[in-house]
Design a protein around this ligand. Sequence first.
Ligand SMILES: NC(=O)c1ccc[n+]([C@@H]2O[C@H](COP(=O)([O-])OP(=O)(O)OC[C@H]3O[C@@H](n4cnc5c(N)ncnc54)[C@H](OP(=O)(O)O)[C@@H]3O)[C@@H](O)[C@H]2O)c1
Length: 256
Amino acid sequence: MKPTALITGASGGIGYELAHLFAKAGYNLIIVARSEDKLIALKNELHDHPVTVIAQDLSKTGGAEKLYNRVKELGHTVQVLVNNAGFGLNGKFDELPLAEQQQMLQVNVASLTELTHLFLPDIKAAPLFDIPKGILNVASTAAFQPGPRMAVYYASKAYVLSFSEALVEELQGTGVTVTTLCPGATETNFFKRANAENTKLVNTTMSAEAVAKSGFLGFVKGKRVVIPGTLNQTLSIAAKVMPRSFSAKLAHYVDK
Ligand SMILES: NC(=O)c1ccc[n+]([C@@H]2O[C@H](COP(=O)([O-])OP(=O)(O)OC[C@H]3O[C@@H](n4cnc5c(N)ncnc54)[C@H](OP(=O)(O)O)[C@@H]3O)[C@@H](O)[C@H]2O)c1
């Protein structure tokens, strides 16, 4: 029997590339996003590979539970959960609509937490395969510092990193690994969606393919935290040692 990997946000960007990598490594796939047409196109690209498409909006309360119930109805058991779906919003906290920021928290934080809670018992109970089982959560280098003009987004990613690192400890000895992928700026639809196309962040992007490869290899090796690219690794170390007031000012400068 082959293990199944469920990947949220597989309709584009990093999640799309991760789907290709998990398929190539032999995992059956369940791919999730709102854009069903894009998910079907991805399934077609993977030809005869076993792929289940589930269109689900994870910004809605109850979206994670609906997704879990659908997976069960279809008779699947998930051994790898990739919480990749997420988005950012660029602008001052008090000027961005609260409802949109709440939706972002629902996708980036609440649905990620709920999906982990729902699928973890199945992942724990799954037998050990010759390829790993576990969780791959997509955070960001934003997790390491405060982010003026993207305050809620940066805070949401700090949550993902802290939550995931705590689970690593809780799951010691269970055979379940938890890896957090912390990409820096990556060439995807992220900046357009965030209305951040004109910020300095877009000057130092990595390809989604390279970021996904780094995250996939880190997951397979059971790494705790993966930061793709030397520049991102260096900046993350700098963010850890510099005063947070200064790193907030720096983030404010590049987010303009
Ligand atoms: N690109 C970057 O610079 C960067 C840097 C650090 C971290 N990240 C993180 O990487 C992850 C992937 O983002 P990306 O860069 O690949 O951006 P992307 O190309 O915009 O992809 C985002 C994915 O999330 C899905 N998604 C968004 N809202 C959703 C919702 N309400 N319900 C279900 N799925 C939803 C999108 O699908 P639909 O629109 O079809 O629903 C899409 O598949 C995110 O968590 C992001 O925060 C990105």
